[in-house]
Design a protein around this ligand. Structure first.
Ligand SMILES: NC(=O)c1ccc[n+]([C@@H]2O[C@H](COP(=O)([O-])OP(=O)(O)OC[C@H]3O[C@@H](n4cnc5c(N)ncnc54)[C@H](OP(=O)(O)O)[C@@H]3O)[C@@H](O)[C@H]2O)c1
Length: 407
């Protein structure tokens, strides 16, 4: 198991122990067990999704709709809302969700009358800057300040049952007791991990700390690399593993990264979304963090070999061990060094998430089938670029980050 809550990670950063010292510590001891809220009917639920225009957010809106939950979105512009509404309609989600226009530059998040949102029972935070090569300030503003703003918004909702936050499988499980971080701690974490991962580490701790302080009931999901829908393969996200799949497709990968124990786990976006919809109605999930990923994901070189064979392209015969990859200059790896921390043999505490899914009858889709459907979808959609140069969600594809084999 990787050390998300104690000991030094591959980055050398010491990650904090949980205050309750629980193994895999995903559910606080006094909250263990199956405590689904009795009698919460879907029609009594009203969800508000921050980051609804993103990859995870869009699929979450679909999953909530399919579960019969009334769902509204929080978006940053009319244009992004219109694109989202069109995408949702194209996926059978009707009617278009009510929308809250938010400005993360405003401490209250919105200039609108918030009493209109008093019936919201669950808030999901899928908003965040998910990209590499940011400055620390940029990453903190988006991922740490964003979390503070969403918690403050949630704290004002009189009927709130749960705030569900998307953290990450290599950043979750931080110790809220260390918030606020000292300048020295912040400097060392950001230096060791790079801006994206460090800001997510800090945000994980801040979310727990400020939500506890404000009396906001929370749950956190720590997904691994999120791949396309398990049935259609659909995904327009081109970071990390997807860019390695593209390299395989183009025959441009000189050597397979990692070895037999290099574990870059995946989870399909629809499984993750459905899992998230379960958290607000499961009392045992309050103040719990859940690692959501498929333990059966093949080791990275095997995963890429599987995809290469499926595409019918040459499998690179050479392998580059991770320690060597880390020493190679960027002009050779053509990979943002921030992404290399994800190349690891760590394993993750998935037991509680698997148990929660099982309790609610949610089965993990077959990982090989899902990977190949995703690979097919990526290739069929020219890795996010149709002939107009726009990606599947209508965004300009020029900002793509060639980010190596990792999320
Ligand atoms: N996808 C993965 O593999 C993965 C894995 C683990 C964790 N996560 C985490 O899950 C969250 C969502 O990821 P995703 O894959 O859905 O990302 P995404 O597709 O890039 O979507 C990000 C969402 O956040 C919003 N956003 C971007 N920058 C923002 C900012 N500065 N302030 C406020 N909102 C901002 C975007 O809104 P606009 O449309 O207005 O730009 C969009 O709705 C992120 O926190 C990411 O770290 C993702």
């Amino acid at each position: 198991m990787r050390p998300p809550r104690g000991g030094a990670g591959e980055s050398g950063v010491v990650r904090s122990d949980r205050r309750d010292g629980s193994e895999g510590g995903v559910v606080r001891p006094d909250r263990r067990g199956d405590r689904e809220s009795p009698g919460v009917r879907p029609e009594e639920r009203r969800a508000l999704v921050f980051g609804a225009t993103g990859f995870i957010g869009r699929h979450l809106v679909l999953a909530l709709g399919r579960a019969g939950v009334r769902v509204a979105t929080a978006t940053r512009s009319g244009e992004s809302y219109r694109r989202l509404a069109a995408w949702l309609a194209g996926h059978g989600h009707h009617p278009a969700p009510a929308d809250l226009r938010v400005d993360f530059g405003v401490p209250t998040l919105t200039r609108d009358d918030v009493t209109a949102w008093d019936d919201v029972t669950e808030v999901y935070n899928c908003a965040g800057a998910y990209r590499f090569g940011m400055t620390a300030e940029e990453a903190r503003r988006a991922n740490v300040d964003g979390v503070r703003a969403v918690v403050a918004f949630a704290a004002r909702l009189p009927r709130l049952r749960r705030l569900v936050h998307v953290s990450g499988y290599r950043v979750g499980g931080q110790d809220p007791a260390l918030v606020p971080w000292s300048d020295e701690r912040r400097r060392s974490v950001y230096r060791a991990l790079g801006a994206y991962e460090a800001s997510k580490v800090e945000a994980d701790a801040v979310l727990q700390a400020v939500a506890d302080e404000a009396g906001v009931p929370w749950s956190v999901v720590n997904p691994s690399s999120v791949i396309g829908d398990s049935v259609t393969g659909e995904s327009d996200q081109l970071l990390g593993l997807a860019s390695s799949v593209e390299e395989i497709w183009r025959g441009a990968m000189p050597a397979l990264p990692g070895g037999a124990r290099t574990f870059v786990p995946v989870v399909t976006v629809d499984f993750l979304a459905r899992f998230m919809t379960l958290l607000p109605v499961d009392e045992s999930a309050e103040r719990g963090s859940y690692w959501v990923l498929d333990d059966d994901t093949p080791a990275l070189p095997d995963l890429l070999t599987l995809v290469a064979r499926h595409y019918g392209v040459k499998v690179p015969w050479a392998r580059v061990p991770v320690p060597l990859l880390r020493r190679l200059p960027r002009r050779i790896t053509k990979t943002d060094p921030e992404t290399l921390t994800f190349l690891s043999s760590d394993r993750y505490p998935t037991g509680p998430a698997n148990a929660l899914a099982a309790r609610h009858g949610l089965a993990m889709p077959d990982v090989t089938t899902s990977l190949l459907r995703w690979a097919d979808h990526l290739a069929a959609h020219h890795f996010g670029r149709d002939r107009t140069g726009r990606d599947g969600a209508g965004r300009d594809g020029s900002g793509r980050d060639r980010a190596g084999a990792t999320p």
